[in-house]
Design a protein around this ligand. Structure first.
Ligand code: SAM
Length: 257
């Protein structure tokens, strides 16, 4: 029997064993990998992963669920980090070893969590997450897609992203109000196109998408002139939602101090 779900921790527990099997198959753990599961809850993914993998790290904020996992599995099999994953220092795991991140994420913190994880991307091998389908659509969207925005650009700057499959609400108890989807993130290599300043790039992207339907000559007025945009081959009348990641890098590099 699962414990009573706590809404404020975004608890929707997986109950569809077929979906669980498909997620575990997508993760395909291999011997020797360091795997961190975010939000294990009562263990719908943890248990089948441990049948295929000798040891897992889990990060769980709910003290009751974390304690139940400590009682259920010996430390040689499961290391339980009872904490808020937004404050979790992934670099402390196995002294900075490469790791894989997996989990059925609490949807209320999914965007801040993705930005937090991105700050450890040099250590990350890949990640496979369940998220709201609407968020996955935004993550993988390209220029001119309705879902394309700041999240798409900031993640595609660092990761290759692939939506794997959708999961309906009835796969969970209690069922969420929205469709869910599985997504894979893989850090791009060190030879990826990169702005001279990551923070200035982030600022340009945030400013441009602050008013996504307005023309760049207006939204980016304080950052780059119309002539500056033209010199980069970008129409001053274009909108943020039409620019590629490479074009955002070009604007950032032309204007960073
Ligand atoms: N993995 C389980 C499953 O699939 O049935 C539970 C998934 S449930 C959607 C999300 C889990 O993340 C819950 O166990 C919840 O307590 C935990 N959680 C919520 N906020 C968290 C946070 N800030 N840090 C770590 N865990 C969190």
């Amino acid at each position: 029997m699962n414990p009573k779900p706590k809404k404020y921790f975004g608890q929707h527990f997986l109950i569809d064993t077929h979906i669980v099997a498909r997620i575990v198959q997508a993760i395909a753990p291999k011997a020797g990998e360091v795997i961190v599961e975010i939000g294990p809850g009562p263990g719908a993914l943890t248990a089948p992963l441990l049948l295929k993998h000798a040891h897992l790290h889990v990060v769980e904020i709910d003290r009751d669920l974390a304690a139940a996992l400590v009682r259920r599995y010996p430390p040689e099999q499961l290391t339980v980090h009872e904490t808020d994953v937004l404050e979790f220092d992934f670099s402390q795991i196995n002294a900075g070893a490469k790791f894989r991140a997996v989990g059925n994420l609490p949807y209320n913190i999914s965007t801040p969590f993705l930005f937090h994880l991105a700050s450890f991307s040099t250590q990350l091998t890949d990640a496979i997450f369940m998220l709201q389908k609407e968020v996955v659509d935004r993550m993988v969207a390209g220029p001119d897609d309705d879902a394309y925005g700041r999240l798409s650009v900031m993640l595609q700057y660092q990761f290759s992203l692939e939506a794997l499959f959708d999961v309906p609400p009835d796969a969970f108890s209690p069922p969420p109000k929205v469709m869910s989807a599985i997504v894979r993130l893989q850090p791009l290599g060190t030879d990826r196109p990169r702005a001279k300043s990551d923070s200035h790039f982030a600022q340009v992207v945030a400013t441009a998408f602050g008013q996504r339907r307005k023309m760049l000559r207006n939204t980016l007025k304080g950052i780059i002139s119309e002539a500056g945009l033209e010199a980069l081959g970008i129409a001053p009348t274009a909108r943020a939602e039409t620019l590629s990641v490479a074009e955002f890098i070009a604007i950032a590099d032309a204007t960073s101090k």
